[in-house]
Design a binder for this molecule. Structure first.
Ligand SMILES: Nc1nc2c(ncn2[C@@H]2O[C@H](COP(=O)(O)OP(=O)(O)OP(=O)(O)O)[C@@H](O)[C@H]2O)c(=O)[nH]1
Length: 824
């Protein structure tokens, strides 16, 4: 015999797990619960033990029972009588025995059972059967009895006269007549087959019970439910987000009604289909002492998760290679004409050709240089447009920003914008003071001006690296590269080339001959020709790859820019790409992302606006309110920024991410979109492009002329107390046809409604010869002598106007109401 669990063994020997555990305890075998394993030798000992007690019990039972008594009782009914209890009751006492007592069956009740059948009854059966269940059933009645009916309702003494033959068709069962009996819950009583073999077989000489007859007749029996056999409770259950009462009951192996009852006792009224939240599930599970765990499912179509958690990529987990140092990715930003392009070209000319002799420069959105064996990747779209486009799409690509400032020009508005873009993206800055070859170059001025924007040179005790260069003459480039490598080294940029590639789209377009072409920056892993890849909302297999010098390559490692073909559609700059293990997965994910994208387009994205600010704060989505402040003069900008910074409502800080003098431009909007900011214009307006961009991106622009109003508006928006906006609606036109002067009342205008209507609560504007002579409120509105709520077109009325008595015949009264504009 191999090892066996307690409950399996109990079932085998027709005992309860408890009894088996007790026996094992006596044998000094340590078992904790019904799931514990019993070894072979203990099981054999138990076998001996139980077979010994079984024979004793059988002897007891058969000895005490008069011959012929036991035969007609189905096994099921006898199941729970403890050993040795059957024989002590004196004859004739049965009738008065309370239910559940074991051994008082009168002789007459069991009288028809053939001899010897008692031996086959499993030990311990029958003890709890109520008096009169078996023996005294009137003829013919017992045949139809369903298994579950233990005979509680049957009058005592009914079965005494039952002929043997009638009993045979009664199906055997778990025999739990009274719910109060201990036998009901015994797991091994459940399967009727067991009992049937033992009792029914003997009773009927081995013939199986006549099920058909029983089933047919069972319908007429009272609908007593089948005795429930409780499953053992699971040790642990899991659920995802919530579970209905029915589902929970199923997981616990309990009846839904039981769960509903428990919930009721816990003060929760629930129906079977009601969804239960985590707390309720945990409460119920605690009642049963069952461990519970909430499942967390990851959305495989969300490409971001592959960046956040490398373990999502199953191969990444398998790979046991360490992440190694990767080249930094650098963006060059700065004011117009300060020399960004010249610098990019200069670096490229001096360094790219060194390493890649013979290559033809390809514009693929980025290039890589090699300086003494160390690589650097430059994104070659200068300016912050590309930078913010990517950031707006959630991609963090740049490790380092080179801020180009012309030494002869100093800090200019776009220099400040660039600083703020880099700061918002938390990317370190190296300042390249350019055009040092010019006689008018004044690097100290640049340093001075940048100090005001938080960039203090190392020479002045700060921590910003300044390098003086001449992009045109190629001077200082080596030093700049050295500094880039230094900053990169400190940043400890790492990637694992052994995993499947992931990264970001730098540029993408549709090429006539090649189809969708995308420049990708590999940020982790190695991209290979033939890889199945999801790029943004499209997918494909990498058909061909070329590098930044136009060479066909078979693979591209971390920080390498490559242009690929083979995608089914054109992705967008800033889209993420992830390589998957097979094309099928890539296709599935790509298609589902495309579907989601269409869906998303339909439901507008929610950017922060003053109108939804409070809701976003309440939902805990906002920890900081980002603002961009533009004003007509620098002094005002500073004053406004200072006042706004002081606002602090419910722990949400105001953060000014950019300020500037001048009109609100497109760059302000793109920064606002990327940083989820609100743009405030003081005495300035957005230019045409900014207005269009703001509409497209859903960026909220607030224009003001009074400083305190700006602060008030932001503050009340944060408190959720933004005043509703109203617009005037003209509701009709009324002509004054006659006037009456009444002392104490004033002038009454006898009027006629020529259009629309006039209402009691409307405001009025009085025109005389098309010129507004008064604007105010109605005082009274009457039809004849009665007050009227409203008077419609074609009717006459009497009107008096609050604080205005100079109304004249021929005047036109224009009634209007103020209507609240729904905020969107
Ligand atoms: N003397 C001198 N001129 C330079 C230097 N760098 C750039 N220039 C010149 O400055 C002008 C603008 O240079 P670009 O590289 O086009 O400047 P940019 O910042 O890319 O300008 P945009 O693309 O318009 O934003 C060109 O005429 C360059 O030749 C330099 O180091 N010294």
């Amino acid at each position: 015999m191999t090892k066996i669990r307690v409950h399996e063994y109990a079932k085998k020997v027709n005992k309860s797990s408890k009894e088996v555990i007790e026996e094992l305890g006596k044998m000094n075998v340590d078992v904790s619960n019904h799931m514990s394993m019993i070894d072979t030798s203990s099981a054999e000992k138990l076998d001996k033990k139980f077979s010994a007690s079984k024979s004793t019990s059988s002897n007891n039972q058969s000895a005490s029972r008069p011959q012929g008594q036991n035969t007609s009782r189905p096994q099921s009914q006898t199941g729970s009588r403890p050993q040795g209890q059957s024989n002590s009751r004196p004859q004739g006492q049965t009738g008065s025995r309370p239910q559940g007592q074991s051994n008082s069956r009168p002789q007459g009740q069991t009288g028809n059972r053939p001899q010897g059948q008692g031996n086959n009854r499993p030990q311990g059966q029958g003890s709890n059967r109520p008096a009169g269940q078996t023996g005294n059933r009137p003829q013919g009645q017992n045949t139809n009895r369903p298994q579950s009916q233990g005979g509680n309702s049957r009058p005592q003494g009914q079965s005494a006269n039952r002929p043997q033959g009638q009993t045979s068709s009664r199906p055997s069962s778990g025999g739990q007549g009274t719910p109060s009996t201990g036998g009901q819950n015994r797991p091994n009583q459940g399967p009727s087959s067991q009992n049937r073999q033992g009792g029914g077989g003997n009773r009927r000489g081995g013939r199986p019970p006549a099920r058909g007859i029983n089933q047919g007749r069972r319908r007429h029996r009272p609908a007593n439910p089948m005795p429930k056999v409780e499953k053992p409770l699971p040790e642990k259950i899991t659920f995802y987000e919530s579970a209905s009462v029915g589902e929970l009951a199923n997981k616990l192996g309990r009846e839904p009604s039981e769960i509903i009852k428990k919930l009721f006792l816990l003060g929760v009224m629930a129906t079977i289909n009601q969804e239960l939240d985590k707390d309720a599930i945990e409460l119920i599970c605690a009642e049963y002492d069952v461990e519970v765990e909430e499942e967390i499912r990851i959305d495989v179509t969300d490409l971001e998760i592959y960046f956040e958690d490398p373990d999502t990529d199953d191969e990444a987990v398998e790979s046991n290679t360490e992440a190694i140092e990767r080249p930094p990715v650098v963006t060059i930003m700065g004011h117009v004409d300060h020399g960004k392009t010249t610098l990019l070209d200069s670096i490229r000319d001096t360094k790219v050709t060194q390493g890649e002799a013979g290559g033809i420069t390809q514009h693929i959105g980025a290039y890589q240089i090699n300086s003494n064996g160390k690589k650097i990747t430059f994104l070659d779209t200068p300016g912050h447009a590309a930078f913010t486009t990517m950031r707006a799409r959630g991609a963090k690509v740049t490790d380092l920003t080179i801020l180009v400032v012309a030494a002869d020009d100093g800090v200019m508005p776009q220099t400040v914008e660039a600083i703020n873009h880099a700061k918002a993206a938390e990317v370190p800055i190296i300042v390249a003071v350019n055009k040092m070859d010019k006689p008018s170059a004044n690097p100290d001025r640049v340093m001075q001006e940048l100090t005001e924007h938080g960039l203090v040179s190392e020479a002045w005790g700060g921590d910003t690296i300044f390098v003086e260069i001449s992009a045109l003459k190629g001077e200082g480039i080596d030093q700049l590269i050295e500094m880039i490598l230094l900053v990169a080294e400190v940043a400890e940029l790492k990637a694992d080339p052994s995993v499947r590639a992931k990264g970001t789209v730098i540029e993408a377009q549709l090429d006539r001959g090649r189809g969708a072409v995308a420049s990708l920056l590999v940020q982790d892993g190695t991209l290979r020709v033939g890889d199945p890849v999801v790029v943004g909302n499209t997918f494909g297999r990498v058909r061909a790859m070329i590098n930044d010098v136009g060479r066909r390559v078979k693979e591209a490692g971390p920080s390498a820019p490559v242009e690929i073909t083979g995608l089914s559609n054109v992705p967008q700059a800033g889209d993420r790409f992830v390589v998957f293990k097979d094309e099928k997965t890539a296709r599935q994910i790509g298609e589902s992302r495309a579907g989601e994208a269409i869906q998303e387009q339909r439901t507008e994205k929610t950017r922060v606006t003053l109108d939804n600010l409070f809701d976003q704060m309440k939902e805990g989505e906002m920890k900081e309110l980002n603002l961009i402040v533009k004003a007509d003069v620098q002094g005002t900008v500073e004053a406004m920024a200072a006042s706004l910074m002081k606002i602090d409502v419910e722990g949400v800080n105001v953060k000014i991410i950019h300020t500037g003098a001048g009109a609100i431009n497109e760059s302000d909007i793109s920064l606002a979109a990327a940083s989820n900011a609100i743009v405030i214009g003081f005495n300035v307006r957005p230019d045409v492009n900014a207005k269009r961009a703001a509409d497209e991106e859903g960026v909220d622009i607030r224009l003001h002329r009074v400083i305190y109003k700006v602060v008030e508006e932001i503050e009340s928006a944060m408190k959720g107390m933004l005043d509703p906006e109203f617009e005037e609606k003209i509701i009709g036109q009324v002509e004054v046809r006659e006037t009456f002067k009444v002392s104490k009342i004033g002038t009454i205008a006898g009027s006629y409604v020529t259009d629309g209507k006039i209402t009691r609560d409307s405001g009025v504007r009085i025109y005389r010869d098309n010129i507004v002579i008064f604007e105010g409120e109605l005082d009274t509105l009457k039809r004849f002598k009665d007050d009227a709520k409203e008077v419609a077109k074609g009717y006459e009325c009497g009107i008096t106007i609050k604080n205005f008595n100079d109304v004249k015949e021929g005047d036109i009264i224009e009634p209007f109401i103020m209507q609240e504009i729904k905020r969107v």
